[in-house]
Structure formats: structure tokens, C-alpha cells
Design a protein around this ligand. Structure first.
Ligand code: GLC
Length: 475
């Protein structure tokens, strides 16, 4: 007899509806990859729920109805909309706290506290209104962690029904604001938890406490958060959750990121036609206004301008390498101080550094396809996507041995890996890459090894399915 598992997948953002960062890629891909695992024996009915952010275009959404949540002495209306993405129902929850906050993530903690508490609690009411009950609630990051916490006391329609829960940790330091007052106004009590005092009022810790399974987005990050250096004060609590904590590597949308079929590129190529990358390199150098020279190694960084990403290490390392031959392209926005530092680097090396302080998806693809080395010296990296894209496009990654970088790049085989979050360590790694670059045979072997890896979502989805099966409780 075939079994059906209903999975309510909650996130603050998901492609193609709305995307700010890596979470949007994951929430856009994983639910569909899970559904694709369905076969004659098992059916995975995954449904995605997102906030109806003002930036989401309304014309493709179908209104499904309204319900209200009691808050203090008043009621707040929640509206439900539906869209269908390749056969998967996607629900959007609208309401005043979501509309009041124009952006997906606000720098105003108060607005975010209101918005995501409302969203998380309303999402728990959704199943009742669509006549479909979940077996598993899969939350992501602090924005949806209160759904997991709230599900503990939620009375599901079948009375004694238990709903299993998973929380995916994409970035532990972001735990959310103090939501104690907002939560109380909805009549949800703060439980007696064994969390540290400061964490008892924050969404992510409450979700970690309540969840059956805690999944970090790579095996290495799953181990790192158990130690003081990356545990953000929760390491001892997380260690006490013992076997509930694991790590599953994110996948990559290999259809979208495919150098053989990417319309943004000047020339498409694959592992057998690697020589065509040269056309992309020359095209990129020209587009950037850099001297067109196939022999000069072109270093690239495509990143949020954030200290997490170690972009400052790149600036410092390149300043140390005046004597070597290289060019560099840096694409990304973020911290204004880091953007300024990038522009200073460009002023220092006007004929070899090109900086673009904006988000540009198609330029990013041309950079992956046309540069030689990809720099990603992150101080911490829960998973990371760019190193996987760069390998798929034959651009050799130089990364720090953190989180998902450590799980996806093998030193000397598919890229270069260094340990210390220090610009001298990065400089040494770049220098050894530059040396091997002069030997085309060795270099191409590294490119091909990277391109041959399988980063598709199927593997990750299979691991999530096993996890769901291990935590689904019998009624
Ligand atoms: C966060 C992490 C990044 C990860 C992404 C998706 O943005 O910083 O490492 O790849 O989430 O899980």
C-alpha cells in the first residue's frame, strides 16, 4: 500500500516568488525535489507557505479565503492566497503585520517581530482552512521557528494527532528579536525551557528547543555549531539535544546553473568542451574593461559584502600580491564600508581590478564561466552555493575550511582549501593556485574534477526523506 507524507514547508523567501539570499534558493528547490522523490510506494505531498510580502506580484495568486487570529482583545485578519508551481501548491499568508513591513527582512526588529510571529502562528491555522493536515512541519531559520514552537500546543483536528517537526538552520547567529510580548499577546506562553535565559525569548532557540530534528545545512556546520567557536552561546544546549542535531548538504539547481545551456553566456560549454571557456573569459575581460589576455589568471568574487564572507581578507590578500600577475573582478552589494574598501582596491589597481557594487544575476553567471579562480574565504559558511556553481562552471574555488565549503571542495583535487581566517593564509592559497595555473594539464584536471561532481538536489532530498521517516510519530 502506498504511503503519503504531508509536509508543510515554511520559509520567509523562496524562488521564483521572492529571493533575498541563499535561503530563497533552498526553499525554491528543496520542496520540489522532495515531491519528485514520490513513487509507487510513497507520495510526498509537500506544500510551501510564504508570507505575502508586498513585493510579491499579486496577479498570479488566487484568493482562498480569510480567517482571524485572536490578539489581546482584538482579532487580526489573515488572508490566504494560492499559486501552483509545477504542480506544487504554494500558499501565501497576508495580513496587516506582513504588509506593514515593506521589505522581506527589516532593520526594525519590532516590525520583524510582529511580522514573523503573525506569519508563524497563522501558518499553523492554514492546514485547517485548506482541509489538509501535515505529518511534518519543516521550518527554516528564525522567521518560521515559532511555527514549530507553537505546534507543540496546537490542538490538531484529529485530537491526539502528533505532528513531527524539523528546523533547518541556515545561519545560527540570526536568532530573531525578543518576541515575548508579541507571543503573549497571541496567548502563547513562554515554556520552561532549558535554554540559556537570554535565548528563552527568541524565536530560533525556541524552535530548536521544540523541534524533533535540527538540521544544519551541511554536515560540517552541523558539527561546528556544537562547539563554542560557532555555537553562538547555544553550543551547550545544542550538545544536550544530542542525536537530534545533524547536517544535510544543500543541493544546487543544476538545471538553472548549467554551463552547457545557460543563455547568459557568450559560449556554452561542458566538461568535454572546456576550451570554449576561453571565449567567455575574453568576453568577460572585454565587458569589464580589463586587458584581454588569456594567460593572466582572472580571480573572482561574487558575494554579499559582509564580514561573514571574508571579503576584507580578499582585499588585504590582493594588496600583498603586487608582484604577481592576476586580474580580479568583484561583484556584490552589502555593507557600505566594505563596498567602499572594494572601490579603494579598484583605485589602487585600476588596470587589473574591476568592482561592481550591485546585484546582477547574468553578470554573475558570466563571471563563473569566464574567470579562473573563485575566492570564498568565509569566516563561517553554513553551506554556501557559489562554490558549487563555480565548480560546475569550471572556475576553481579557493575557500576556507568552514561549514559547507569544507564539505564541497577537496584541497588539491577540486580546489584549494585553507584553514586560518587570516589574509596571509588566503594569500598563500592564492599563490599556490597561481603556480598550478601555469601548468594547463594540472589545472584542467582540477577544473574537470570540480565539473564532474554531482551537486543536484536529489541526494539532499533523499536524506531529508529518511529524516522525516525517522521522526514521524504514530498516532
Ligand atoms: C545562508 C548561509 C549560507 C547557506 C544559505 C542556504 O545564507 O549563510 O551558507 O548556503 O543560508 O542554506
Amino acid at each position: 500500500m502506498s504511503q503519503t507524507i504531508n509536509i508543510l514547508f515554511l520559509a520567509a523567501e523562496a524562488e521564483p516568488f521572492i529571493k533575498v539570499g541563499g535561503l530563497g534558493d533552498v526553499a525554491g528547490s528543496l520542496p520540489r525535489a522532495l515531491r519528485a522523490l514520490s513513487n509507487d510506494d510513497i507520495k510526498l505531498d509537500v506544500r510551501l507557505v510564504l508570507p505575502y510580502h508586498p513585493a510579491i506580484k499579486a496577479d498570479t495568486l488566487k484568493p482562498l479565503g480569510m480567517f482571524s487570529l485572536a490578539r489581546g482583545n482584538a482579532e487580526i485578519q489573515a488572508e490566504i492566497f494560492e499559486s501552483v508551481l509545477n504542480g506544487m501548491p504554494v500558499y501565501f499568508i497576508g495580513g496587516e503585520p506582513i504588509h506593514a513591513n515593506g521589505s522581506v527582512y527589516s532593520s526594525n526588529y519590532g516590525l520583524d517581530a510582529e511580522k514573523y510571529t503573525f506569519f508563524s502562528l497563522a501558518a499553523l491555522e492554514l492546514p485547517h482552512h485548506i482541509n489538509w493536515l501535515p505529518d511534518v512541519i519543516h521550518g527554516n531559520d528564525w522567521h518560521t521557528a515559532l511555527s514549530i514552537y507553537g505546534s507543540l500546543t496546537k490542538r490538531w483536528e484529529e485530537g491526539a494527532r502528533h505532528v513531527a517537526s524539523v528546523i533547518a538552520v541556515h545561519n545560527l547567529p540570526f536568532m530573531g528579536p525578543d518576541i515575548s510580548a508579541v507571543l503573549e499577546s497571541y496567548g502563547v506562553q513562554l515554556a520552561q525551557t532549558d535554554l540559556p535565559d537570554w535565548a528563552r525569548v527568541m524565536p530560533l532557540p525556541l524552535g530548536l528547543w521544540a523541534s524533533d530534528a535540527i538540521v544544519a545545512v551541511s554536515p560540517t556546520y552541523g558539527r561546528e555549531i556544537l562547539a563554542e567557536q560557532y555555537g553562538c552561546g547555544l553550543d551547550s544546549f545544542l550538545r544536550s539535544r544530542g542525536e537530534a542535531v545533524s547536517g544535510i548538504l544543500n543541493g544546487l539547481d543544476t538545471d538553472s546553473f548549467n554551463p552547457a545551456d545557460d543563455s547568459a553566456l557568450g559560449a556554452n560549454f561542458d566538461i568535454l568542451t572546456l576550451e570554449k571557456r576561453a571565449i567567455n573569459k575574453s568576453f568577460l575581460q572585454e565587458r569589464l574593461g580589463l586587458p584581454r589576455d588569456p594567460e593572466t589568471p582572472l580571480l573572482a568574487m561574487v558575494s554579499r559584502m559582509d564580514v561573514q564572507k571574508g571579503v576584507d581578507l580578499v582585499f588585504a590578500a590582493l594588496k600583498m600580491m603586487k608582484r604577481q600577475k592576476w586580474q580580479a573582478v568583484i561583484l556584490g552589494t552589502g555593507d557600505p564600508k566594505l563596498e567602499e574598501a572594494a572601490l579603494e582596491l579598484q583605485a589602487l589597481f585600476p588596470d587589473r581590478v574591476k568592482v561592481e557594487t550591485r546585484y546582477d544575476g547574468s553578470l554573475a553567471r558570466q563571471i563563473y564561466a569566464g574567470s579562473d579562480m573563485f575566492l570564498m574565504p568565509s569566516r563561517y559558511e553554513p553551506c554556501g552555493l557559489s562554490q558549487m556553481i563555480s565548480m560546475r562552471y569550471g572556475c576553481v574555488p579557493i575557500v576556507r575550511a568552514a561549514g559547507g565549503l569544507n564539505d564541497t571542495v577537496t584541497h588539491g583535487v577540486t580546489g584549494f582549501v585553507f584553514e586560518k581566517p587570516h589574509h596571509m593564509a588566503l594569500t598563500a592559497a592564492i599563490k599556490s593556485a597561481l603556480k598550478i595555473f601555469t601548468d594547463p594539464q594540472k589545472w584542467q584536471a582540477i577544473q574537470r574534477a570540480g565539473m564532474a561532481q554531482d551537486f543536484s538536489w536529489q541526494n539532499s532530498a533523499t536524506q531529508y526523506l529518511k529524516l522525516y521517516q525517522s521522526i514521524i510519530k504514530k498516532p
